[in-house]
Design a protein around this ligand. Structure first.
Ligand code: GDP
Ligand code: IMO
Ligand code: MG
Length: 425
């Protein structure tokens, strides 16, 4: 069974932990979208591994891990990440990069930083890793791909088209310094060396072989459905398709290669950056969730905004994300809570209208308030429980309530960051 792991909320749901677990029984693990805006943490026997671009299934020997064409790569960041992982003893022998993946150039990060810092209104709160500008250039057909680094002729021809346009924009629109062709060529030489051990020029044969051998394929998503460029809380989103559909475009395999879509969701909701968040808690309960759940960004260290579980966005995420099951993480964070709220609907404070389906015009969300149902806490530590039936009754009731609200089975329950703190229902 080939599975896609997607974030079902606004990212940081614990996708990496679930990917790592499922990778044990997979042959081929593909990261298909996003870039180093992603911060993915895997904990094995209390040892912490941080991934950004490298697939989170890379901790097992003998697996092939592929960074697909849908990913954007910041070369220096990739270099640092691979170095750090190797220092931790991760071999990365099976790591491969698609020659069609896009490259984030220094001007992309500069433009991202400039746009964020100078925005008086409509700031997105990006990770400033150049993600939006890289995808913009890709769509505008003026981006650079990994394969361009290995042909001086193609690169030179491309830069003659890209640079005059790029420099005009950098100088006239952003007030930034232009780039000479020599400078970009020499940067690209450096990038070619960074990627050289990993670039997979025979990726078509590789994909065909895995297909022919009926290998088990795991597709790893970054970000989450509510950050998807088409279906998320636009414009407060990232610039790629974080929904399961992104796996088909970003990997090189078609949609028929996907059997299951596992949506990873936290037992509550977090969000980093700007944008609407109906169940956000700005009080001491939100602070308690942040502290107990260690809700600080892996990539930027920013405190994550926290709130109660939102079944409205989750139902929407299950639909557009194409979820066939849910992995619910961080339920242990509620160990010391007397009561836990779940948002079942939104109420429009202007006219009392109740929304059970997700209203996509996010500019109206300031008028919405959550309608809550309250569940009782369980008052004991569940983080060492391995069997679903041994979970406290109130915990099982909470899970049943969520399943009923989102109408998708919760097949995996995660009760701690470690690999072995996982319950398969
Ligand atoms: P991702 O971006 O979706 O992979 O998630 P992150 O790695 O950014 O954030 C999830 C954080 O929660 C990481 O620090 C994980 O180690 C941690 N985590 C994952 N699952 C659980 C869980 O069930 N309980 C607790 N307490 N922590 C978890
Ligand atoms: P993982 O894979 C949480 C958010 C940013 C910002 C918006 C756009 O770890 O779940 P970008 O830099 O992508 O242009 O920023 O998206 N964002 C994430 N939030 N987890 C992530 O990744 C994110 N990647 C981007 O905070 O609001
Ligand atoms: Mg993350």
């Amino acid at each position: 069974m080939n599975k896609v792991v997607v974030g079902a909320q606004w990212g940081d749901e614990g996708k990496a932990k679930i990917t790592d677990i499922l990778a044990a029984k997979s042959d081929f693990i593909i990261r298909y979208q996003g870039g180093c805006n992603a911060g993915h943490t895997v904990v094995v026997n209390d040892k912490v591994f941080k991934f950004h671009l490298v697939p989170s299934g890379s901790l097992y020997e003998g697996k092939t891990c592929f960074i697909g064409a849908g990913v954007v790569i910041l070369p220096e960041y990739f270099e640092e990440e691979t170095k750090a992982l190797k220092e931790q003893g991760v071999s990365l022998k099976g790591l491969k990069i698609s020659p069609l993946a896009s490259i984030t150039m220094p001007y992309h990060t500069e433009v991202d930083g400039y746009s964020e810092d100078s925005a008086k209104k409509g700031k997105i709160g990006t990770t400033k890793k150049g993600i939006g500008p890289t995808y913009t250039d890709k769509m505008a057909r003026i981006g650079l791909k990994v394969q361009d680094l290995y042909s001086t002729e193609s690169l030179s021809e491309k830069l003659d088209v890209i640079l005059p346009l790029k420099n005009k924009m950098l100088e006239k629109v952003y007030g930034l310094q232009p780039y000479t062709k020599e400078c970009v060529m020499s940067l690209c030489e450096k990038y070619a060396e960074i990627f050289r051990p990993y670039v997979c020029f025979d990726w078509q044969e590789m994909l065909e072989k895995f297909k022919r051998d009926k290998a088990t394929i795991l597709f790893e998503g970054a970000q989450g459905v509510m950050l998807d460029i088409d279906y998320g809380t636009y414009p407060y989103v990232t610039s790629s398709n974080a929904i399961a559909g992104g796996a088909a475009t970003g990997s090189g395999f078609g949609p028929c290669m996907i059997d299951e879509v596992i949506g990873v969701a936290k037992a509550y909701v977090t969000r980093v950056g700007e944008g609407p968040f109906v169940t956000e808690l700005t009080d001491e309960i939100g602070e308690k969730i942040r502290q107990v759940g260690h809700e600080f960004g892996t990539t930027t260290g920013r405190p994550r905004r926290c709130g109660w579980f939102d079944a409205v966005t989750m139902r929407y995420g299950a639909l557009v994300g194409g979820l066939t099951s849910v992995a619910l993480t961080k339920i242990d964070v509620f160990n010391g809570f007397d009561e836990i709220k779940v948002c079942t609907a939104y109420k429009d404070t202007r006219d009392g209208k109740i929304y059970k389906t997700y209203p996509t015009d996010v500019y109206m969300h300031k008028y919405l308030e959550p309608v809550y149902e309250t569940c009782k806490g369980w008052g004991v530590d569940i983080s060492q429980i391995k069997d679903y039936n041994k979970l406290p009754e109130n915990c099982k009731k909470y899970l049943a309530k969520l399943e009923e609200l989102i109408n998708v089975p919760i097949d995996i329950v995660s009760v701690g960051p470690n690999r072995d703190q996982t319950i398969f229902k």
